[in-house]
Design a protein around this ligand. Structure first.
Ligand SMILES: [Zn+2]
Length: 52
């Protein structure tokens, strides 16, 4: 249950694992929604993550 909740409300940046201040939402390879902070958006784009 806890895991599921964490999936639904991701709290940290998927790239640097820090708390994103102004996050963008992306979908990772596994189809899960993740947050990516402003600093890591470029990295997410390079990894061809899809934007939500
Ligand atoms: Zn980040």
């Amino acid at each position: 249950m806890n895991c599921l909740k964490r999936w639904l409300t991701p709290k940290s940046c998927a790239i640097c694992n820090k708390k994103p201040k102004d996050p963008e939402r992306y979908v990772d390879d596994a189809g899960r929604e993740v947050l990516v902070c402003r600093k890591c958006v470029g990295y997410a784009e390079r990894r061809a993550m899809r934007k939500r």
